[in-house]
Design a protein around this ligand. Structure first.
Ligand SMILES: Cc1cc2nc3c(=O)[nH]c(=O)nc-3n(C[C@H](O)[C@H](O)[C@H](O)COP(=O)(O)O)c2cc1C
Length: 219
């Protein structure tokens, strides 16, 4: 028998809501913690990624594009090749991909950011792409599912979908940063949301400054 631990990744689904920096922060946090990741990026998320970062993400060159998105210059960042090896990338249209089956080993899933369309699709079990199917599988297998929804204001339908997802076992984590952790720059606010998501998954990180019980300590 082999002593090698079987790979058990976190599935990270990036859908087409604004907020690709949240996804980047969560990916960096998971990889820094030594976790494996199965990554999928919806078709609409390619548009938000292009809009927010200028990166036209390509399935065939995902390693290069991911490294650029996460701000890794492979030559300057010694950890980058190791971290990239911990990522498995699946095209969003690949419904035969591993994470579309409950028998595929996974720890759980993070949808970050989650569009209202993805929220609706997961709630209704539409499985219109790999992201929605993987989230549906995560729920049916009773694995942790964190949905970082990003929209404002929220209509009644979305609120009902979120309530149903919460009742089905998902954790609904709105992309709403807390300013008590120190809000000197935007990245801190982004990291706060990603850090809260990693807290739910039980992954150690140093993305956010925790409340100490002392007013003003973050200044
Ligand atoms: C630049 C841009 C920003 C968007 N921002 C949001 C957003 O913040 N929240 C949201 O729910 N949808 C947003 N959308 C709309 C979604 O992309 C759209 O509903 C899409 O169908 C989502 O598909 P997906 O869930 O498969 O990624 C945005 C679209 C674009 C092009």
């Amino acid at each position: 028998m082999s002593d090698a631990q079987p790979r058990r990744p976190w599935i990270v689904g990036v859908s087409g809501a604004s907020g690709t920096p949240y996804a980047a922060a969560a990916l960096r946090g998971l990889l820094a913690a030594g976790e494996s990741i199965d990554l999928m990026i919806s078709r609409a998320a390619r548009l938000t990624l292009l809009d927010e970062t200028g990166i036209a993400f390509r399935d065939a060159h995902w390693r290069d594009d991911l490294a650029q998105w996460l701000g890794w210059h492979v030559d300057a960042e010694p950890q980058a090749p190791k971290w990239l090896d911990a990522v498995r990338y699946w095209p969003a249209g690949d419904l035969a991909a591993g994470p579309s089956s409950g028998s595929y080993p996974a720890k759980g899933m993070l949808v970050i950011p989650a569009s209202t369309a993805a929220v609706a699709g997961v709630r209704l079990g539409l499985s219109k792409d790999l992201l929605q199917r993987a989230a549906d599988v995560t729920l049916k297998e009773r694995r942790p599912l964190v949905v970082v929804v990003r929209e404002t204001p929220l209509n009644t339908q979305t609120l009902e979908h979120l309530l149903a997802l919460s009742r089905a076992g998902a954790v609904v984590l709105p992309a709403s940063p807390g300013f008590y952790a120190g809000a000197r720059d935007v990245q801190r606010l982004v990291d706060f949301v990603a850090g809260k998501a990693l807290d739910v998954l039980g992954v150690d990180h140093d993305l956010l400054r925790r409340w100490s019980g002392e007013l003003g300590a973050a200044q």
